[in-house]
Design a protein around this ligand. Structure first.
Ligand code: ADP
Length: 360
């Protein structure tokens, strides 16, 4: 592709050089022709009126007439060609006006030579329209996903609030419905928090403060902080952490480990095992977070880092996620020039592997 482009550029340059050479030749021809015409015209005129001027006056008149004639001819040619030139730009101007109005389906027919600079302009406008069209589709998909995620908790909050207005409910029933409303509100709040975080992370304006710290200590303290959750489910924690120093934004990375750990706890049935391993591999810190949970099918693994993607949607309704957690994980890891991968066997478990640059 690059070679093809360079070839086009070289051809374009050669073509432009030939055009300039042709222009110079045409100019010389014009000047000679108009000077000769002026010379014979002046001499004929003076002879006709029976005058014989000095050489100086004859030359002066010839130069003047030649100058005025060539200016006149060139001016006329300029006007004709300017109109023709503007005609080439008409489809480009029309396309730009349609793009400005939000119509990104425009395509200027590439009927010009691609080696020509005008051809390059047409190509770039067509490319820009395709990119804008794609962004517009993503924007619409994003809005529809957000609306859907907001709609379902709101519907359930509205429904249970209506039921709660009945006087015939027992105290237990009332508490049960209030509990659901509280959970759904928390889900909405988490959704907006995650959305804001992801938008900020993707904007490149998110504060990013790297500092040197011990990754094993951070992982250990986060595992301890989530003890109530894994203890509640009777989950076994298998932890093995080598001492590894990294230079990273501690708060951002803590979000990565929390998201991965919480997913493992969420998707592992009671009595299962979660493993957290940290190893140094040359210049890299490699972190494995594995579980003996429900796993993810092969088709779904390809999508789980996409925003709003939830594997097995019916199953996820009960777990209450919004499908943003892993998109946040991926973004933060990439900001640290690391990588994240997943391996999973449905019914057996899942392992997330994060690789980050380690300090010596
Ligand atoms: P959510 O908030 O829904 O958990 P995530 O982006 O964190 O969103 O995860 C996307 C989907 O990936 C989840 O809905 C779930 O189906 C799947 N998933 C993530 N982690 C695991 C895991 N450890 N075990 C099984 N499935 C998982």
């Amino acid at each position: 592709m690059e070679v093809q482009h360079r070839g086009k550029r070289v051809l374009g340059r050669g073509w432009r050089f030939l055009k300039s050479l042709f222009g110079i030749c045409l100019l010389l021809l014009f000047s000679t022709a108009s000077w000769s015409a002026a010379y014979f015209f002046i001499h004929y005129l003076l002879e006709a009126v029976g005058r014989q001027p000095s050489d100086y006056v004859g030359q002066l008149f010839t130069q003047l007439v030649a100058f005025v004639t060539s200016m006149g001819i060139m001016g006329t040619i300029g006007v004709i060609f300017r109109d023709k030139h503007m005609e080439r730009f008409r489809p480009v101007i029309d396309a730009m006006q349609r793009i400005a109005k939000g119509d990104f389906t425009v395509k200027i027919p590439p009927n010009e030579r691609v080696t020509d600079q005008f051809g390059e302009l047409v190509e770039s406008i067509n490319h820009m329209a395709v990119e804008l069209n794609q962004m517009e589709k993503m924007r619409q998909e994003f809005i529809s996903n957000v609306s859907h995620e907001i709609q379902s908790p709101l519907t359930s909050i509205g429904g249970f609030a209506r039921i709660l207005q009945s006087d015939e409910l027992s105290r237990e029933e009332r508490m049960h419905y209030l509990g659901i409303i509280e959970k759904e509100s928390a889900r909405l709040s988490k959704l907006s928090e995650n959305l804001l975080k992801l938008t900020s992370l993707e904007s490149d304006h998110h504060p990013f403060e790297r500092r040197r710290y011990r990754l094993d200590k951070q992982l250990r303290s986060l595992i301890l902080a989530s003890e109530p959750q894994w203890q509640d489910k009777g989950i076994d924690m298998d932890v093995s952490l080598e001492d590894v120093n990294i230079e990273a934004d501690e708060d951002l990375l803590s979000q990565v480990w929390v998201n991965l750990l919480h997913n493992s706890i969420k998707f592992t049935p009671a009595g299962g095992t979660i493993g957290v391993q940290l190893k140094r591999n040359g210049q890299q810190a490699v972190i494995f977070i594995s579980d003996t949970g429900i796993g993810i099918s092969e088709d779904e693994v390809a999508h789980i880092f996409e925003r709003f993607y939830k594997a097995d949607k019916s199953r996820n309704r009960s777990t209450g996620g919004s499908g943003l957690g892993l998109a946040i994980v991926k973004r933060i890891v990439e900001m640290h020039t690391g990588s994240v991968a997943v391996q999973s066997v449905p019914g057996q478990g899942t392992t997330f592997t994060v690789r980050l640059p380690a300090l010596p």
